[in-house]
Design a protein. Sequence first.
Length: 267
Amino acid sequence: MAINRCIFCKSADREFTSREHIVPESLGNTEHILEPGVVCDWCNNYFARKIEDPILSSTFFIQARHRLLIQNKRQRIPPIDVLSYPNPLHLQLGATPDSERSLYAANDCDNNAFIDMIRNHDRFSIRFPVAELPTGRLFARFLAMIAVEALAKQVLDAAGDLKADLTDKRELEEIRRFTRFGEGIDEWPFSARRLYAEGQHFTDDDGMISEVLHEYMFLYTDLKELYFVIVIFGIEFAINLGGPEIDGYNEWLTKNSGRSPLYPKSI
């Protein structure tokens, strides 16, 4: 599949050597992938540095990835920062894929003080900093990036070619420029709510138990609005691809008793 026209900057002159993970690998995605030719290397590298890295390096996602033992591209589970009490030392808690945990002094911690604390205190507690879910403009661009790429994947799977169906679609121009260049309005609202518990296990009709790290779909409402709905670690996010408003999705939820379009019956 050689398309070689970027769905974000529309360039056909840049290099297209990279596969693009629609949901970042650091969130456990190994399946939802755009092959080279859809997102140029220039945009791909920009997203990795300016959008994905700040979001995935936030305390919220570092802690969630640690708890769920999700490895990054280098097969490493991120350690999390903790504080000891009553002696307030900055420590880190590491993890391996088999759930083995190890406590060690952070780079800015006095290692001798840590050793002395272990030697001299019969008991001490570990305190985790409170992690707030990322919000605001950068997270909206993160969701919009995933939404546009997921739409490209859906079009390609259905038609085998993007052509004017997506790259030149006027209805997507505003979200495309907001995502890639940060242009346009100051805020692009999105919906966020806890749908099910982080790490919740699901049992299918065959009795197989699984854990869902992420899942997504598109919702086309009666108001002719296209929403991208994604659940990450049990939190449902929804964003409107056609414009910076979320009222239509909230109305859809009200009409459907608050049930997610991903789970129209029950969870």
